[in-house]
Design a protein around this ligand. Structure first.
Ligand code: NAD
Length: 367
């Protein structure tokens, strides 16, 4: 099998799917082709990939033409759609529920699309999403602090306050990996943090983990609404596996927030949990709606590629090794949950439901 690593096309996306170290291990038994300059943004030169045993190719077209297994970071962009064929297995983040165009293009290509974010472990966790959620969660705390500054469009509150002046109050919606990592950074900076989650078990874990340094509350419209007038910043960090993010804050509810409140909606990659969220880029990360500053970059870890590439490659590599040596029908069930499209069918029910498209159970079609 030939494995291809393209250079990422998304705005300011500097990650690459595999480090030269992992390419070297893969290249012992398989042909690996790497698009020239794919690793530069993460600090890996072309020669390090060559020394690792990879063949360098010049164009994206070369990668898709020569490889059957494509190892990527972010979802294919429209200019990649025509290059994707039924022979391909595409192994990357897709976040299908946020884009009907992507879903339909991948379905029609006939390719097998394996989404990092829906692969599970034996406990139902999302092992390939987790490291990027750790990165994005920590960055979310940093971004909230930065955009609270007046010259950045914020209300001019120092996140941790100072002696005699209270810190910022930050509401975190969703206390999973992103929410916990955001809270950790925010608590470290001295913010007053309130986390909402629908899982009572998770709320207990958070209270114990932070040893009383945060407030953890049940996520209901009433509880959230009551705290909005007190917020200086909010982090959106909810997830329902594979599905569109639930909209917890409607456009009307923005009027309950103080002017210049900062909203960092990390869940933007699944459509966002604010009705007013739309995806932004690192180049142009914020916009304002009704006086509320929104930050909604859908590839936040792309800004810290030297950390994020290592963290991603470390977790995807063992799955890639399994993929190159195991027929799809022999993969274990938690791994198979990553298969979102197969031979022209949508095989993830949440994705099919998101766009009212037909769903086919993978077990009915996997030979
Ligand atoms: N923008 C980016 O660059 C970026 C990077 C990494 C992750 N993400 C996204 O961040 C989101 C969160 O990821 P995660 O890894 O923390 O997921 P997670 O599964 O670890 O946590 C999600 C949490 O949301 C909670 N939740 C679900 N519905 C809720 C509701 N109605 N109210 C409150 N809480 C609710 C769940 O109980 C869970 O604790 C995902 O959409 C993920 O794809 C974005």
């Amino acid at each position: 099998m030939t494995i291809g690593i393209p250079k990422e096309l998304k705005n300011n996306e500097y990650r690459v799917s595999l480090t030269p170290e992992h390419v070297a291990a893969l290249a012992i038994t398989h042909r690996v082709i790497v698009q020239r300059d794919a690793g530069l943004g993460s600090g890996y030169s072309n020669s390090t990939y060559k020394e690792a045993g990879a063949t360098l190719v010049d164009t994206l077209q070369d990668v898709y033409a020569q490889a059957t297994l494509i190892s990527k970071v972010k979802e294919p962009l429209p200019e990649e759609y025509p290059l994707i064929q039924a022979k391909h297995i595409i192994f990357t983040f897709f976040h299908f529920a946020a884009s009907k165009a992507l879903t339909v293009a991948m379905q029609q290509s006939g390719a097998t699309c394996i989404a990092y974010e829906t692969i599970e472990d034996e406990h139902g966790n999302l092992p390939l999403l987790t490291p990027m959620s750790e990165v994005a969660g920590r960055l979310a705390g940093q971004q909230a602090a930065k955009y609270l500054e007046k010259p950045q469009g914020g209300s001019g509150i120092l996140i941790g306050g100072v002696t005699g002046v209270p810190p910022a109050k930050v509401i975190v919606l969703g206390g999973g990996v992103v929410g916990t990592n955001a809270a950790a950074v925010l608590v470290g900076m001295g913010a007053d943090v309130l986390v909402f989650d629908i899982s009572k078990k998770r709320l207990k874990e958070l209270t114990s983990h932070f040893d009383g340094k945060i407030t953890a509350m049940l996520s209901t419209a009433k509880n959230i609404g009551a705290h909005l007038p007190l917020a200086d910043a909010m982090i959106g960090a909810v997830l329902v596996k594979g599905a569109k993010a639930p909209k917890l804050i409607s456009k009307d509810m923005l009027s309950l927030l103080p002017p210049n409140t900062v909203v960092v909606d990390v869940a933007v990659d699944q459509g966002g949990c604010f009705e007013t969220t739309h995806p932004t880029t690192h180049e142009n990360p914020t916009y304002t709606v009704d006086g509320i500053l929104h930050y909604a970059v859908s590839n936040m870890p792309g800004a810290v590629p030297r950390t994020a590439t290592k963290a991603l490659s470390r977790v995807t590599f063992p799955y890639l090794m399994t993929l190159v040596s195991t027929p799809l029908n022999r993969l274990d069930d938690p791994f198979k949950k990553g298969i979102n499209t197969y031979k022209g069918h949508i095989t993830n029910s949440e994705v099919a439901n998101a766009f009212q498209l037909p769903y086919t159970a993978l077990s009915n079609i996997l030979d």
